[in-house]
Design a binder for this molecule. Structure first.
Ligand code: LLP
Length: 419
């Protein structure tokens, strides 16, 4: 069930007209559907109902407090990559023993914070990190639960910036070195080996790379058994793709089937770290058309949202559908939908056939719930936009629009200026 749909030519989010929210909140803003997030999480979780599993939502996709609180009520754990994400997760009430911590550059203060709060496991990304975690755990008189993030060298066939499981990527540890890492870990006094982890990339629309990665992990688990190293948790990371345009990614059921049948001869508990598949299609970015300009070879629709609000189109050449909030005008044009920022890369869509908006008309940039607001910035001193969540016929501003004062908060002028 799609919770962003037209009724009498007007786009609704659940039971609320998008235009009504725009009137109260102003534009641009991000808009999320409570029902969609809930359905996506439950679908994903239920797809694995045959096995013991822990779904650790990947906070980086969307870390807003309301979303984390909602996922907590649904029983989600978290995949984090920073002290800040740990702070947010704990604040949202997620139990620390449902939190896994990945990332190639964990700092000492972040490691200590995670040790003190008692997370489920560190996904270790280098032998040096393993050593540091052991040292810090010893100092804090703890035992650090660890998994090694293995780089299985499979091609996820996605955008190169979001491929993570190839030899040339900075992530994880290759299989041979991982065996060395496990042997070392076994000899360390303050780490407990509990898992094995991989994450091969994001927006993956083909099932094969997942099953290839899983086969490598299985072989490794068996080798480790021979070394008397027993793995309790197998963390498959995230990465399942969604439909932005005409992609047809595996559905959670198909994805789960492949994983569940591959692990049936192992006695491991599965951990998954979905991000995009939970929130991507649960959110849109609403913007207003400001001007139209006919260049000599192109048409431009200039809107009030820019690359600072949604960087995916320019960073990854990602496709986001752009739709009118009010239908009725049937005049189509081919145009670039661009923002107000002084960069040629400031576009939301390029050479796109769209319904021509009148100035002042609202437009919806679809599938913007994952890596949308989270990657937004204050570039050009533009204010970060509000986020709104709808549930049935209610809506709530879950994050306010920034103010000009917010832009200068924390800045200070040294006395030596002007001396
Ligand atoms: N686990 C780890 C260790 C990750 O690094 C990521 C994403 C995930 C889980 C969640 O992946 P997902 O299920 O969302 O694909 N900014 C990019 C995506 C970067 C993904 C980084 N890692 C984008 O806008 O497409």
């Amino acid at each position: 069930m799609n919770h962003f749909k037209y009724r009498n030519n007007e786009l609704y989010c659940e039971e609320v007209p998008v235009a009504k929210i725009a009137e109260e909140v102003g534009t641009p803003f991000y808009l999320y559907s409570h029902a969609t997030i809930t359905r996506h999480f439950n679908n994903f979780n239920n797809a694995f109902s045959k096995v013991k599993r822990l779904i650790c939502y990947s906070v980086k996709a969307n870390a807003s407090a309301a979303i984390l609180n909602l996922l907590n009520t649904l029983g989600s754990g978290l995949d984090i990559v920073s002290g800040g994400e740990l702070f947010r997760g704990l604040k949202a009430g997620i139990p620390s023993d449902k939190i896994v911590y990945s990332g190639v550059g964990k700092r000492i203060d972040e490691i200590d914070y995670a040790l003190e709060t008692g997370i489920l496991m560190f996904n270790v990304e280098s032998l040096e990190e393993l050593d540091l975690i052991n040292t810090r755990a010893a100092l804090l008189n703890r035992k650090a639960p660890v998994a090694i993030r293995v780089n299985p060298d499979v091609d996820p066939k996605t955008h190169p910036y979001i491929s993570t499981g190839l030899k040339k990527n900075k992530f994880g540890i290759d299989i041979e070195t991982a065996i060395k890492g496990y042997k070392t870990a076994k000899s360390l006094s303050h780490v407990d080996i509990i898992g094995i982890d991989c994450h091969i990339g994001s927006q993956i629309t083909d099932i094969q790379p997942f099953s290839d990665a899983l086969q490598s992990l299985k072989t490794l688990i068996k080798k480790l058994e021979e070394l008397d190293i027993h793995i309790k948790y197998l963390d498959m990371g995230g990465g399942l793709g969604i439909t932005y345009d005409d992609e047809s990614p595996p559905q959670p059921g198909e994805y789960a089937e492949v994983i569940v049948s591959a692990i049936k001869d192992l006695s491991v508990q599965i951990i998954l770290e979905p991000g995009r598949v939970i929130v991507g299609n649960a959110g849109i970015l609403v913007t207003r058309a400001l001007y139209k300009k006919k260049g000599s070879i192109k048409n431009f629709i200039i809107v009030d949202a820019g690359m600072n609000d949604l960087i995916r189109p320019t960073l990854y050449r990602a496709y986001h559908a752009v739709q009118p909030v009010n239908q009725g005008n049937e005049k189509w044009i081919t145009a670039d939908v661009v923002g107000p920022i002084c960069e040629t890369g400031d576009y939301l869509a390029q050479d796109r056939k769209i319904v021509e908006p009148g100035n002042g008309n609202l437009m919806a940039v679809m599938s913007a719930g994952a890596y949308g607001f989270m990657m937004s910035s204050n570039y050009c001193s533009r204010l970060k936009v509000p986020e709104v969540m709808v549930r049935d016929d209610q809506f709530h501003v879950i994050r306010e629009r920034q103010t000009y004062e917010d832009l200068v908060t924390g800045e200070s002028i040294p006395e030596f200026i002007g001396k």
